[in-house]
Ligand binder design. Structure first.
Ligand SMILES: Cc1cc2nc3c(=O)[nH]c(=O)nc-3n(C[C@H](O)[C@H](O)[C@H](O)COP(=O)(O)OP(=O)(O)OC[C@H]3O[C@@H](n4cnc5c(N)ncnc54)[C@H](O)[C@@H]3O)c2cc1C
Length: 470
């Protein structure tokens, strides 16, 4: 019998024995997405929570064409926003003026074998990079959960994977080319335009277009990924040791189950192989079904979910690094993620779990916990701080606001810095208090773009400056 059919059977027998009890069902399904009037120009992000109706959607084929867009008199007073593949949950991208994708600027442009570095066009999707890098005897140090983001987008928001000794991907940028509001093309590195370099490594698309980046890579490697189901207390008691013992370590806690799973990656010479892996999308649907039928009894839900998870065996997958970090995410959600110091994350996580399990029986998505090494990038949430990332999710068709409003104050109270691409309610003043280099970044931004051409309403509020269109 397949694993998910086993859970369905367990849930089914529980329902049969409790016929007549109400479940949450799908009654609260409502999304902003449906309320949005669809037009030919409507842009939406991956989860559907952000949208806008740009007057122009442009995709230049070269840096010269990008310069033409920036100097076109028709766009002189318009707000211009770079867009990657629209995977940010926060309102970084939306504009009703000019939306510009660099998707047609892609591929590995150049490389330095001795230093193991590659210059890559930022329209490249992460998932398009593995093979070309392997062909030049290089590989990325780390990758996030999915590989559908553009390089420009993921670096602009300090996208990260997990690993106590591994930085966010922005930490591996050694050089970049920035096209500014004035139409200047600036080469930036630690030696050349160093302040602009530090600002543009995580620039939120507010400084101009990063058209290519030079990444510090390493030689190709094979990873052994091991996924193991464990009680929460075991996970928490052994987390510090496991983080140290494995190159990459993360865990997911399944609300209302007392159980979670840990995922580790270690470099190996073992042959490529795979055990029968659970499809994560099936997993999310199973958890939703268990929620729908069992939320009336947290005890029974815990018994069934926890009992089922205890039957799950360890999965192992050995594959080239670039094939073993990510998996498709077909069940859509909205997400909030904060990065905390390594000192106090367990207390914060326990508060988040208590809050969810006391107040939000409708939640079924796992809580994800990852570890990221400090870097020196001005607006990186990992700036000078080894961090632990705690992320909560809600199914995209169900309102996320009440959950996020309850969880955010906890993560803020513990000194967390939010992921730039994920939902949060912080203001410019909040960021100024959290980021020692906020002022330095703001000065670079204002010097490069005094008229706020690259600001949308969200960024204009953060930087306290009107947009180009007022
Ligand atoms: C299913 C899913 C899984 C995810 N998993 C992870 C994860 O594991 N780890 C993690 O850290 N994050 C994760 N994220 C968040 C995601 O990596 C970031 O939000 C990332 O920024 C999305 O990249 P994008 O190409 O879609 O950029 P977009 O969302 O389109 O844009 C993001 C920002 O980049 C700017 N930008 C885009 N291109 C350029 C450019 N060429 N020059 C200058 N600025 C530019 C935009 O203006 C915007 O400010 C996930 C998101 C989703 C939906």
């Amino acid at each position: 019998m397949q694993r998910r059919h086993f859970l369905t059977l367990l849930v089914g027998s529980a329902i049969a024995s409790q016929a007549g009890w109400p479940g949450i069902g799908h009654a609260q399904t409502s999304s902003g997405q449906q309320a949005t009037t669809a037009g030919p120009m409507t842009w939406r992000n991956w989860s559907g929570s952000q949208s806008s109706n740009p007057r122009y959607r442009l995709a230049p084929r070269s840096v010269n064409e990008l310069l033409d867009i920036l100097t076109d008199p028709a766009h002189q007073h318009a707000s211009i926003r770079p867009v990657g593949s629209g995977h940010s949950f926060s309102p970084l991208v939306p504009t009703n003026d000019v939306l510009v994708s660099l998707a047609r600027l892609n591929g590995v442009l150049d490389h330095d074998d001795e230093q193991c570095r590659a210059r890559i066009a930022t329209g490249t999707l992460l998932g398009q990079l593995g093979q070309p890098l392997e062909a030049i005897n290089q590989a990325l140090f780390n990758m996030p959960d999915i590989d559908q983001q553009s390089l420009g987008g993921l670096l602009a928001t300090a996208t990260h994977g997990t690993g106590a000794e591994l930085m966010s991907l922005s930490g591996y940028i050694e050089g970049l080319t920035l096209v500014t509001a004035q139409g200047d093309v600036l080469e930036c590195s630690r030696d050349q335009n160093p302040d602009i370099f530090q600002a543009a490594r995580v620039g939120l698309g507010s400084l101009g277009f990063v058209t290519d980046v030079t990444l510090q890579n390493r030689r190709p490697y094979r990873l052994k990924k091991t996924t193991e189901w464990l009680p929460l207390e075991d996970i928490l008691n052994n987390a510090d040791a496991r983080v140290k013992a494995h190159r990459n370590y993360e865990f997911f806690y399944i609300p209302f189950s007392g159980m979670g799973f840990t995922s580790t990656h270690d470099i190996t010479d073992e042959p490529v192989s795979e055990t029968d892996a659970i499809d994560q999308n099936d997993g999310a649907r199973d958890l939703q079904q268990a929620r729908d039928y069992l939320s009336w009894s947290p005890r029974l839900r815990r018994l069934i979910l926890g009992g089922y998870m205890r039957t799950l065996s360890t999965e192992v997958k050995v594959a080239p690094s670039w094939q073993n970090y990510t998996s498709p995410r077909n069940v859509r959600f909205n997400e909030m993620e904060y990065h905390l110091s390594r000192d106090n994350w367990k207390a914060a996580l326990r508060e988040v779990i208590d809050t969810i399990e006391t107040l939000f029986p409708e939640v079924f998505f796992p809580i994800e916990v990852r570890f990221v090494k400090a870097d020196d990038v001005w607006l990186s949430p990992f700036y000078q701080r080894d961090s632990v990332s705690i992320a909560v999710h809600r199914f995209f068709e169900e309102g996320h606001t009440p959950l996020f409003e309850a969880v955010e104050p906890i993560l803020k109270r513990y000194g967390g810095r939010p992921h730039w691409g994920k939902l949060n309610t912080l203001t410019g003043a909040d960021f100024e208090a959290l980021y020692p280099k906020w002022q330095a970044f703001s000065e670079v931004r204002e010097a490069l773009d005094p008229n706020g051409r690259f600001l949308n309403p969200y960024l204009a509020r953060l930087f306290n400056q009107p947009t180009s269109t007022g």
